[in-house]
Design a protein around this ligand. Structure first.
Ligand code: ADP
Ligand code: GLC
Length: 478
């Protein structure tokens, strides 16, 4: 029998072991979707505290003692908790076993040594995809995700070659920028510090390295793939991306339809589905009670679940909040991030008791309950490579209100499954919110739109097929 195509995913996050955003959802869900269509996809992740404690029975499969700049690094093999996908864990406590998150300490300060930390992840990824791998599992493709693994294609290029590499951009705003004097200590030749290499406007960028040296580039929606070839969405990389446009593909993310299924979701007080939607009302009632909102069945509820960053357009939402409340709406936000935005939402909730609730924190169960309870979901991102919440929302009958950008534009049909506004401003959002209020007043039209949104298929299968087609082309050209 032919050996299945083997793919090594290198990623700094993977659900359910470690997550700060959508990257983790994708790294957690795409490998099993690829397995379901016959591929052997395995993961490489850093051994953060939550990773080491989250995998059962890890066993050592290799040890690296010769990596310049590092002490002894162990490679463990285990199975992912939910999917059973094989995961290689990079066990190097000095770099990864910390109290805080993957990128910042417990006080929110960036770690000062992340260049070393993620160069190591990249280096080992390249090693496992190259001729000197200690494993008897040679991947056909190395698939790197975001800047944290951006150096892997460069290491492959300069350290003896190996499997073809794919670099996926989940978010071009995070570029892994470090000073130029890190290039050589991290094991790359001085000559690579050039526009035709790892240089990015006088600095050293891990993402630029990946975009320059990878055999193929993908990003997470077709619209974003076009947007990033131009200013301003290209964020300085547009020249390179436009030049490589023949090797740049946008493949839309899917969602984990088992995890995000309102008819079997254990986080919810009550199930519902497109055919039997009435449980949604009970979910709303329960959430209003849980968060101290007035128990008004008829108040349109606007949900928000988000990293609190400039990208997400939350300042536009804040400018529309008063209007929503004055028109009888309620708002619930779940998020963490920028301290100024956290304070602004806390203050808003304090000034509108019973009408606005703001939960500052990270809470997966609550995120499901918000999707289930909301009538509308606000996601007015300035830019959005793909976005997952607008897809979860449609599946949960919370009609998304989104800006016409990236994956939002590709997944929400204006006036059919949600509201899409084009003017990038608080006013543009405000107009879309007014359309939502008007729809809410027309119960029949509202039911129709909810039903259309809930009927959409966002499973991973189609995207997995697209990745497989790409991997096959690259593997054949090896
Ligand atoms: P991004 O990756 O830019 O943050 P996505 O929409 O792709 O945006 O993915 C965000 C993911 O993180 C979703 O699964 C969302 O539900 C989750 N999420 C974001 N903030 C929180 C939070 N405070 N609590 C729980 N889940 C959150
Ligand atoms: C990024 C993007 C988001 C995307 C996610 C997963 O964090 O901001 O739009 O859905 O990655 O690809």
């Amino acid at each position: 029998m032919k050996r299945p195509l083997s793919i090594l995913f290198a990623s700094s996050e993977a659900r359910p072991l470690v997550k700060t955003g959508g990257l983790a959802d994708v790294s957690g869900a795409l490998p099993p979707a690829l397995r379901d269509i016959g591929l052997d996809c395995r993961l490489l992740v850093p051994g953060y505290r939550s990773v080491l404690s989250g995998v059962a029975n890890p066993r050592e499969v290799a040890r690296f003692s010769q990596l310049p700049g590092y002490g002894e690094v162990r490679l463990l093999e285990a199975a992912m908790p939910d999917s059973g996908i094989t995961v290689y864990v990079l066990d190097y406590p000095w770099h990864y076993l910390r109290e805080g998150g993957p990128y910042q300490d417990a006080t929110g300060k960036d770690y000062p040594d992340s260049a070393w930390r993620f160069a190591l992840l990249s280096r080992v990824a390249a090693l496992l995809a190259g001729p000197n791998s200690p494993l008897d599992w040679p991947p056909d493709i190395l698939h790197c995700h975001d800047w944290q693994t951006g150096l892997a294609p460069a290491y492959l290029r300069f350290n003896g070659g190996g499997a073809p590499s794919v670099m996926t951009i989940h978010n071009l705003a995070y570029q892994g920028i470090f000073p130029p004097d890190m290039v050589e200590p991290l094991g790359l030749p001085a000559s690579s510090f050039s526009v035709e290499g790892v240089e990015y406007y006088g600095n050293f960028s891990f993402l630029k390295a990946g975009l320059f040296y990878a055999d193929w580039i993908t990003t997470v929606s077709p619209s974003y793939a076009l947007e990033i070839q131009q200013d301003p969405m290209g964020m300085g990389m547009q020249g390179l991306l436009a030049q490589r446009n023949g090797q740049l593909t946008g493949i839309l993310n899917g969602i984990d339809t088992a995890d995000w299924n309102p008819s079997s979701d254990l986080h919810l007080p009550c199930e519902f589905s497109q055919k039997a939607p009435s449980g949604k009302k009970r979910c709303k009632q329960a959430l209003q009670k849980e968060l101290g909102l007035e128990p008004l069945a008829d108040a349109p509820l606007f949900g928000i679940i988000s990293r609190l960053t400039h990208q997400k357009g939350l300042d536009w939402t804040l400018l529309n909040a008063r209007q929503i409340v004055e028109q009888g709406g309620q708002i619930v936000l779940l998020g963490t991030g920028d301290p100024a935005l956290e304070t602004a939402f806390r203050d808003l909730a304090a000034s509108q008791p019973g009408k606005v609730a703001a939960v500052i924190g990270y809470d997966e169960g609550l995120s499901h309950r918000i999707e289930a309870a909301s009538d509308f979901f606000l996601m007015p991102s300035r830019f959005e490579p793909c976005g997952l919440n607008q897809m979860y929302s449609q599946r949960y009958g919370a009609l998304p209100i989104v800006h016409a950008t990236g994956g939002l534009k590709d997944t929400v049909q204006d006036g059919e499954t949600g509201f899409v506004f084009t003017e990038p401003s608080p006013f543009g959002l405000g107009q879309a919110i007014q359309r939502a209020f008007a729809l809410y007043a027309d119960k029949k039209a509202m039911r129709r739109m909810i039903s259309a949104a809930m009927a959409k298929d966002y499973s991973w299968e189609g995207s997995a097929q697209a990745y497989r087609a790409l991997y096959e082309i690259l593997a054949a050209g090896r």
